[in-house]
Design a protein around this ligand. Structure first.
Ligand SMILES: Cc1ncc(C[n+]2csc(CCOP(=O)(O)OP(=O)(O)O)c2C)c(N)n1
Ligand SMILES: [Mg+2]
Length: 273
């Protein structure tokens, strides 16, 4: 287990607060991606609060753990997280997707705390492999994390990267699949079935851990298991709920890439859990 003392109820309170701020940020912009942001809140908080070694006041610190958001459209959860952990002022969230702001719709390295530009799906894991290989060559012991969407991993490039990571025994790589069951235009397993998900990754030589990805205890245990796994990369298959926290957004592909208006925001905040 992590040496750090973990206060689960504080983490849960933070998840509620992040979801509220994600919805408010989206309403302020009038566009953006709620579904895949809301599903990933517990994953982000676990990483930034407990799992990763990072320094918000020194974002390029050489020893930092790297985190690449390969599903680069989920900027609401990325920027709410970075602002809350002190990478930039929270006030700046009000500029999200506005002309002249550095907080645009897809993650960009000019924002403190963002490692790598993404948006075109399917590229994050290859980048992380490169970073992890460089770490091994240099004898650096930081870890590299990469979150991908369940629709995203239908991309062939992901499986090329999966082969590479296991071939080179990149046990400093941890991929996280946000298995929220929904992509842009429908259910993942109707559009292109990814089951049996765990066996697919296992057959590519990965250590596979399947968890409820909206449950902090399970996530934190999985990250601990990753840290002690040697000789192969780890994938955490995080079973989540797209739109989690707002019942009328849950599992609805209509809320993949649509911001709530003022009225919908008020309705969402009434039922948010
Ligand atoms: C290469 C590429 N094709 C298509 C898109 C358009 N697009 C943006 S998000 C998305 C759906 C992604 O679904 P998923 O990976 O399940 O993301 P999540 O549910 O976590 O939001 C698509 C098709 C893109 N950004 N990149
Ligand atoms: Mg999805």
């Amino acid at each position: 287990m992590s040496a750090k003392q973990i206060d689960l109820s504080a983490l849960k309170a933070k998840a509620y607060q992040f979801r509220r701020e994600i919805l408010e940020t989206l309403e302020g912009a009038g566009s953006g991606h709620p579904g895949g942001s809301l599903s990933a809140v517990e994953i982000f908080i676990s990483l930034y609060d407990v799992v990763m070694d990072h320094r918000p006041n020194e974002p390029k610190w050489e020893g930092r753990d790297r985190f690449v958001v390969s599903k680069g459209h989920v900027t609401p959860v990325v920027y709410v997280t970075l602002a809350n952990y002190g990478y930039f002022p929270k006030e700046e969230l009000k500029t999200f997707r506005k002309f002249g702001s550095r907080l645009q719709g897809h993650v960009h390295y000019k924002v403190p705390g963002v490692e790598f530009n993404t948006g075109s799906l399917g590229h994050g894991l290859s980048y992380v492999n490169g970073v992890a290989m460089a770490a091994k060559l240099k004898g650096a012991d930081f870890k590299s994390y990469c979150i991908m969407g369940d629709g995203e991993i239908q991309e062939g490039s992901v499986w090329e990267a999966a082969m590479t990571a296991s071939h080179f025994k990149l046990d400093n790589v941890c991929a996280i699949v946000d298995y929220n069951k929904v992509q842009e235009n429908g259910l993942v397993n109707d559009i292109k079935n990814m089951e049996p998900m765990g066996d697919r990754w296992r057959s590519f030589g990965w250590n596979v851990i399947e968890v409820d990805g909206n449950d902090f205890e399970q996530l934190l245990k999985a990250f601990d298991a990753f840290k002690v796994t040697k000789g192969k990369p780890t994938v955490i298959i995080a079973n989540t709920l797209k739109g989690k926290g707002v019942p009328f957004m849950e599992l609805k592909c209509g809320w993949h890439g649509k911001a709530p208006n003022k009225e919908q925001l008020a309705d969402a905040l009434k039922v948010l859990y």
